[in-house]
Write a protein that binds this ligand. Structure first.
Ligand code: CTP
Ligand code: MG
Length: 225
């Protein structure tokens, strides 16, 4: 199998705050992004990892690059960064997209997403939602309450047959849609998207306290990876 992984890493981490974007902060001795890149490079199915980063990070990152890691300039939004990465994906059979801010991806989740995408065209890990989710009005009154039993929180890696990912991203650009993930675009354009069980430890570092949680999960990681 020939899988290319795109790791969008060009965000500024505005919710996290601070001078250095969260994906470059140290986690258990090395940058968050390095955990992610190394994890994918250790998978035999992965031929290349493509990392869109901001223009000002590009020069320094390219210098430290190994032969299977390609650094490209990201875009204004996550979706635009993924599109820039996709341009370097060559003739991969499957393409996975994984947030740079999720350093705790397990081999098990990766493999089950890949196998589901190979069978169906598009797949992502999903975590059943523990909290009740309300839709809010602007004044913080509650507009309505969703049926929790049918809600799932999207994680990454999201994996697609390469032609399908190209098609949905081209269409999103044509229609002026900027989605927060690729699975959402695929659903919107009428494709079948298969969910597989996510991992509660596969958190997206969003706020400073998430880094502490990730650090403690990593300490317990051990052989399950
Ligand atoms: N991302 C990107 N290019 C952008 C914006 C986001 O590559 N223009 C990446 C981030 O670096 C991150 C992933 O998309 O790895 C998920 O985005 P998110 O967690 O929202 O990160 P940020 O956009 O950096 O954070 P915030 O929304 O708090 O500003
Ligand atoms: Mg963001």
């Amino acid at each position: 199998m020939n899988i290319v992984v795109i790791v969008p890493a060009a965000g500024s981490g505005s919710r996290f705050g601070g001078q250095i974007p969260k994906q470059f902060l140290p986690l258990a001795g090395k940058p968050v992004l390095q955990h992610v890149v190394e994890r994918f490079l250790s998978e035999e199915w992965v031929s290349r990892v493509i990392v869109p980063v901001s223009q000002d990070m590009l020069a320094s990152m390219s210098r430290s690059s190994g032969e299977n890691v390609v650094w490209v300039a990201g875009g204004e939004t996550r979706q635009q960064s993924v599109i820039r990465g996709l341009a370097e994906a060559g003739d991969a059979e499957l393409i996975a997209v994984h947030d740079a801010a999720r350093p705790l991806i397990s081999a098990q989740v990766f493999r089950s997403v890949v196998e589901a995408a190979r069978a169906t065209g598009a797949a992502l890990p999903v975590l059943p939602v523990a909290d009740t989710i309300h839709v809010m009005n602007d004044d913080w009154t509650i507009a309505k309450t969703l049926d929790r039993s049918r809600l799932g929180a999207a994680q990454t890696p999201q994996c697609f047959r390469a032609d399908l990912l190209r098609e949905i991203l081209d269409r999103a650009v044509r229609e002026g849609i900027d989605g927060t993930d690729e699975a959402g675009l695929a659903v919107r354009f009428g494709h079948r998207v298969q969910a597989v069980p996510g991992d509660p430890r596969n958190i997206k570092i969003t706020l400073p306290e998430d880094l502490e949680v990730a650090e403690s999960y990593l300490r317990q990681w051990g052989p399950r990876s």
